[in-house]
Design a protein around this ligand. Structure first.
Ligand code: EPS
Length: 389
């Protein structure tokens, strides 16, 4: 069983991840993990925090001489910004005087953020105690987990990509084939395939930023060369699409998820949205189209899995909305915290890794192997089923 736990506050000393259940004897490329970490930090519209951080992973357990041991893998990502927050975020008790003079206390919750409800629920009068963990900083840890999973998938012949399909209402409307997407995913800093709309998107992000506002968008993840029958139709909690949906909507600011043509299915006839089944000696079973995004009955059907995720605009606004000071109860503008004006390109990387984790988890559940080469053997046998069934 693959599982992970992350810990760490946004301005604390570090993020830590323990991931358990990766098979032994799988090769690990640390530079490759750091490349993914670097990609998450980038993208047009990010704020100044990302100039402070140089996210790199340190693996402190579970890997030896470049191979997994089958024991829990622990990853540490240091927060370089902690040097500026040592007094505010330290773990040691502080005096009453220090408490009274504490800087960066938050009492004016930001609408759309976890601040107010989190404060009520956990009984925090300083809403920083909520913000620190609800911050999207945690997504760095999720990318580290996903990067390990992506490496496992790659070694099983499965490739995962992501792109941005819309930011602030500007859409990349091209009907691209998978090959075109694969070849163009990292072409520009807004991660769209159509270069000709990239500048319009940058301008839109700039104007939102100038107005003290933020914008959201839609990202897409593509999983190519999936073996058939991962997930299950027999129970809701084993459906692969259900698991992916939970994982994607669990990313900060994600409000929706769809597969393949997604919500457009509501307008279509049944004959327009199902994907006809074909067979050839060379390919085995395949589909004439991929409207359903590679999933039927909660299982992979061998076509590329297509996941779309909707991200709302970030709630921290430089021109803040109405809020209330929780001490005086007087109306105030919400707290202004340093933030990104648009994190959609970065979020596409997070989504790619959240999906990679769920796919890896379901594959490991399907084949239950503790050794990489045995796992690879089982996946290869499953692939043969496409011709022999
Ligand atoms: C975030 C606020 C900003 C972002 C942060 C998410 O952090 P800070 O308050 O330190 O400027 O930069 O994102 C990250 C730190 C990250 O690594 O993505 C928030 O409140 O969610």
């Amino acid at each position: 069983m693959l599982r992970f736990l992350t810990s760490g506050e946004s301005h604390g000393p570090q993020l830590t991840v323990i991931i358990e259940g990766l098979p032994a004897n799988m090769s690990i490329d640390i530079d490759q993990i750091n490349e993914e970490m670097f990609k998450r930090q980038g993208g047009y519209g990010r704020g100044r925090r990302m100039q402070i951080e140089k996210d790199t992973v340190e693996i402190v357990s579970g890997v030896r001489h470049g191979y997994t041991l089958g024991s829990p893998v622990t990853i540490v990502i240091k927060n370089d910004d902690f040097t500026h927050w040592r007094n505010i975020m330290g773990a040691a008790p502080i005096s009453e005087e220090e408490q009274e003079n504490m800087k960066r206390v938050i009492t004016k919750p930001r609408p759309g953020h976890a601040d107010l409800v989190g404060g009520m629920k956990y009984n925090h009068r300083d809403l920083r105690n909520v913000l620190e963990r609800s911050s999207a900083r945690e997504t760095a840890a999720r990318v580290a987990v996903g990067a390990l999973c992506k490496q496992l998938l790659k070694q099983l012949g499965i490739d995962v990509y992501s792109r941005v399909v819309e930011i602030g209402g500007i859409k990349d409307e091209g009907l691209y084939d998978i090959q075109t997407i694969i070849e163009n995913v990292d072409k520009n800093d807004v991660r769209v395939i159509d270069d000709s709309i990239a500048q319009a998107i940058r301008d839109k992000i700039d104007s939102a930023k100038k107005e003290g506002d933020s914008i959201g968008g839609v990202v897409q993840v593509i999983v190519d060369h999936m073996p058939i029958g991962i997930g299950s139709y027999v129970h809701y909690d084993r459906k692969l699409d259900g698991r992916i949906a939970q994982s994607v909507v669990g990313i900060n600011a994600f409000k929706g998820v769809s597969f393949g043509e997604g919500f457009k299915a509501a307008e279509k006839l049944g004959s327009e949205i199902q994907d006809p089944i074909l067979y050839s000696e060379e390919q085995g079973y395949y589909r004439a189209s991929n409207h359903l995004g590679g999933l039927e009955g909660g299982m992979s059907n061998g076509m590329p899995i297509i996941v779309n995720g909707v991200m709302k605009p970030i709630p921290t606004l430089y021109k803040p909305l109405a809020s209330v000071d929780i001490d005086s109860k007087a109306p105030f503008k919400a707290t202004i915290e340093r933030s990104d004006s648009c994190a959609v390109p970065a979020a596409s990387i997070v989504c790619e890794h959240a999906v990679s984790y769920e796919i890896a988890r379901s594959i490991l559940e399907e084949f239950g192997s503790h050794d990489f080469s045995r796992l690879a053997q089982q996946v290869a046998e499953r692939r043969e089923l496409n011709q022999t069934f």
